[in-house]
Ligand binder design. Structure first.
Ligand SMILES: [Ca+2]
Ligand SMILES: [Ca+2]
Ligand SMILES: [Ca+2]
Length: 144
């Protein structure tokens, strides 16, 4: 009987990591879905530029912790990836990203994400990330 109990306990211990890994993966998928749903304000399954900008503006207000209408590098504080994003958006290099700079960055990001160029983002486009990163500017290069 002792052996039986031991085996049951072993089975429980072994099952825990597998369950937590599954739960973790599920949460990641849910989070992407939740983010998409949050931006897709009219819930039609696609994100238009207006919805994308509105979502960006909410994020801007969230990031602008001291409410001065611009985001300083200290307010971003999101590791290297955040730093690179910040530098790309801070087009006049004054060390802060204003709402105008942020919106311009959102416009550029939307254009990069809209892979089929239909003016809206579906879930696949949102999840696969910007196209042509690190491969130059593409056909619209030199526009600025
Ligand atoms: Ca929509
Ligand atoms: Ca700036
Ligand atoms: Ca699209």
């Amino acid at each position: 009987m002792k052996t039986h109990i031991f085996l049951v306990a072993l089975g429980l211990v072994a099952a825990v990591p597998a369950v937590s890994v599954l739960a973790c993966e599920g949460q990641q998928g849910d989070r992407k879905q939740a983010r998409f749903d949050r931006i897709d304000a009219d819930k039609d399954g696609t994100i238009t530029l207006a919805e994308f900008i509105a979502g960006g503006n909410r994020m801007f207000q969230h990031l602008d912790a001291n409410g001065d209408g611009s985001i300083g590098k200290d307010e971003l504080g999101d590791g290297e990836r955040g730093g690179r994003m910040f530098e790309r958006m801070d087009t006049d290099r004054d060390g802060t990203v204003t709402s105008a700079e942020f919106e311009a960055g959102q416009n550029k990001l939307f254009a990069m994400l809209d892979q089929n160029g239909d003016g809206s983002l579906n879930q696949g486009e949102m999840q696969s990330g910007p196209k042509g990163q690190g491969k130059g500017e593409g056909p619209q290069g030199g526009a600025n």
